[in-house]
Design a protein around this ligand. Sequence first.
Ligand code: ATP
Ligand code: MG
Length: 334
Amino acid sequence: MKRIFSGIQPTGNVTLGNYLGAIKNWVALQNEASCDCIFCVVDQHAITVQKNIGALKRSTQETAACLISAGIDPVNSILFNQSQVEEHMKLAWVLGCLTRVGWLNRMIQFKDKANQDKDNASAGLWWYPVMMAADILAYKGTHVPVGDDQKQHIELARDIARSYNFAFGVEFFPLPQAQILSKSFRIMSLCDGKKKMSKSDSSDMSRINITDNADTIAHKIKKAKTDSYSLPSETGGLVGRAEAQNLITIYAALSNKSVEVALLEYGGCGFGRLKRDLAELAIEVIRPIRMEVHRLMSDIKYIDNVLKKGSARASALSKPIVKEVYDTIGFLST
Ligand code: ATP
Ligand code: MG
């Protein structure tokens, strides 16, 4: 049985990048009989960046609402928020003591998010990959469906699991595997095709949010950065054209086609036709999800209750695992 664990930060509006790169995959896995799925709104990770602190509670509820609206079934899967299960933090301390400083210094995402100003970034931002390893290992997670941007953090989680097993001469933690959809599911910013689409980007025009209405989606796609050439018929023609690559990738992902097939449709055309069709398609896919988010957010008690029940189920799974770690280490429990 595969034990799937994955998380999403309540750092703002859930984006089309999150949906295509991660959530859609979670929904598919949840419906596979061989998978036992745990999905977490990682609110403790969200405060690694100061600007997220104020709106955290609402953002946590809205992120959970987006997941349910996109198809996560909180009965079939476990859906909860990280801060309600103390095992993550308890395990993270232990794992942090087995992690080398050099490993964390190699994390690309820290460098990206610290914006070259490493001394002013929070220590939490630097250390969060350890907590992410604890999130997964507290459940002995075996498979982690994430976007391509998280690959390095899963490799780190494997190193940390290996390090624990070696230190104590046990085969306790499985080495979790990243489950990444094809690389082409990395969705980039609408303003800069070389930058990943992110919830936390300061410009709302850089992303499509699951909660955007039809006019906003159409406007953002219309304004999306392009270049002045027509679209190529083959993928080779996308080299060095990040924005063209991104728009055709989003179109392909939304229409469940390959980029190759999408290019056969649009090769030789200008961006106008692609943008028009892409806007229509994005609106069609997002509309029912947005409406459901809206409905769920008018019943906050329901969302809170889902997260409470999910947290109780997550605690029941992780408590014995973390207890065994504490006993192995020799922490005295009286
Ligand atoms: P933040 O900017 O706050 O880090 P984010 O948009 O990167 O937000 P996360 O909560 O960090 O979102 O990630 C949730 C999941 O979405 C992860 O599995 C991540 O790999 C995936 N993901 C995030 N952005 C993209 C993207 N642009 N394309 C594909 N997958 C993505
Ligand atoms: Mg991220």
